[in-house]
Design a protein around this ligand. Structure first.
Ligand code: 13P
Length: 253
């Protein structure tokens, strides 16, 4: 049975006090309310990570980083290496979020290097892919998503690939209030899983969690999360408030 992951990407939001308050509430609320097959992950800005990780030391809630560099160390002012994150016992790292692709020029080739470095460090990468509105309107969504997954990940060995988590985040649905319909999301998830199956075999493809992200909220989570190939959510805005984050996680039954 695939694991469901509900991950909150805080992006560049919340100060330290707000962040501590949020994780304390999440950790307190989750005990009785969440299905045992659901893992909760909080993904704060780098500067809050150590404090959040310390607060969650005895909690089942996991932590993740929003990005990392592709080298283990050296003269890269302003960057954070995956080995530093692993040393701090951070579990996950988002690689290839569309905001990194769009605003920081991250290419599939660079992301492939980041994936290698993150896996080498022992982190679990959450690799994001997704099409823009123009690409969807041009009927290119299958090609574009496959290209991103192939160029970012298909150099990995089976053993490496088995450690991956993927996240489909259609760019047009991020922060816009427009969610992909469950049919649109399921189509992409099942297509990408079929491509993973062609490359790595069906058994491995069936084990990989593929999350959906893009305006997921308590009101639409049940429908999305009940789709056969949607194994959780990567949540932005609705993860900044404990009640809505927990309510999304409760939608997994
Ligand atoms: P929203 O949930 O705010 O649309 O953001 C989704 C996202 O980008 C998560 O990584």
């Amino acid at each position: 049975m695939r694991k469901y992951i509900i991950a909150g990407n805080w992006k560049m939001n919340l100060n330290l006090e707000q962040g501590y308050g949020l994780v304390t509430e999440i950790s307190g609320m989750m005990q009785d309310e969440i299905h045992s097959n659901v893992e909760l992950v909080v993904i704060p800005p780098f500067i809050h990570l150590h404090g959040v990780q310390t607060l969650l030391k005895d909690s089942p809630v996991k932590t993740g980083a929003q990005n990392c560099h592709h080298k283990t160390g050296g003269a890269y002012t302003g960057e954070i290496s995956p080995t530093m994150l692993a040393d701090m016992k951070i579990d996950y790292v988002i690689i290839g979020h569309s905001e990194r692709r769009q605003y920081f020029g991250e290419t599939n080739a660079l992301l492939a290097e980041k994936i290698n470095a993150a896996l080498d460090a022992g982190l679990t990468p959450i690799y994001c892919f997704g099409e823009t509105l123009e690409e969807r309107e041009a009927g290119q969504e299958l090609n574009v998503n496959f290209q991103q997954v192939k160029e970012g990940l298909f150099h990995l060995s089976e053993e490496q690939f088995s450690k991956m988590v993927l996240a489909y985040e259609p760019v047009w649905a991020i922060g816009t209030g427009k969610t992909a319909t469950s049919e649109q999301a399921q189509e992409i998830h099942s297509f990408i899983r079929s491509k993973i199956s062609e490359k790595y075999g069906n058994a491995l493809a069936e084990e990989i969690s593929i999350l959906y992200g893009g305006s997921m909220k308590p009101g639409n989570a049940s429908e999305l999360l009940s789709c056969k190939d949607i194994d959780g959510g990567l949540i932005g805005g609705a993860a900044l408030e404990s009640r809505s984050f927990i309510d999304i996680a409760k939608a997994v039954v």
